[in-house]
Design a protein around this ligand. Structure first.
Ligand SMILES: [Zn+2]
Length: 193
């Protein structure tokens, strides 16, 4: 692996819901902290009612994080950093090309940029921002969950509303909704209609 100090790089951690993306981001950042490299974790500001100050994995690991609405805010507070991590990248409000340009700019400045996010939405369509970053990243890790139906590797996030697949015209991102998500494999995934 390229030493981060010798040049910037982009690492993408992607996968479906419950695949352990945040857990992996936290694991990498803990190593960075042990090495005492100047670093910061950013997390999309999802909700104006409160500020999330942490990223937390389903398994319970937590790290302090700075809430941001756009990649511009990350760029503005990355001057002193060697490593910048962004969790749940798919929640950033910017257009995909803006996210791409922002992450490229960080890496071009010499930063190690670690990004975690969903590669597909609940319709199993690629998230454009993640898709573009994967193309230019030095490292891409796709993580898997276990299909709740059959036990195979799951790559898709099934969104259920009252136990039925969410309709295709529902909003792509729902914050604080009561929808339920399940990790499912290709065969068990029920397409949105
Ligand atoms: Zn399955």
């Amino acid at each position: 692996m390229t030493r981060p100090s010798a040049g910037g790089r982009i690492e993408v951690i992607c996968g479906c819901m419950y695949s352990g993306k945040t857990e992996e981001l936290i694991r990498r950042m803990r190593q960075v902290m042990i090495a005492r490299q100047p670093c910061r974790v950013f997390t999309p500001r999802l909700d104006t009612r409160y500020s999330a100050q942490h990223v937390a994995s389903h398994a319970g690991a937590r790290l302090e994080a700075i809430p941001v609405s756009s990649i511009k805010e990350v760029l503005a507070s990355a001057d002193d950093l060697q490593v910048a991590a962004i969790d749940e990248l798919h929640f950033l409000e910017d257009a995909p090309d803006v996210i791409l340009a922002g992450c490229q700019a960080l890496a071009d400045r010499g930063l190690r940029v670690i990004v975690a996010g969903l590669d597909q939405d609940y319709r199993a369509d690629p998230f454009p921002g993640m898709m573009q970053l994967m193309a230019v990243a030095e490292q891409v890790d796709k993580l898997y969950a276990i299909c709740v139906r059959c036990g195979a590797y799951a790559t898709r996030s099934q969104r259920l509303i009252d136990g039925r697949p969410a309709p295709a015209d529902a909003p792509t991102l729902v914050v604080g909704g009561l929808d339920l998500y399940e990790a499912r494999c290709r065969s068990c995934y029920e397409p949105a209609r």
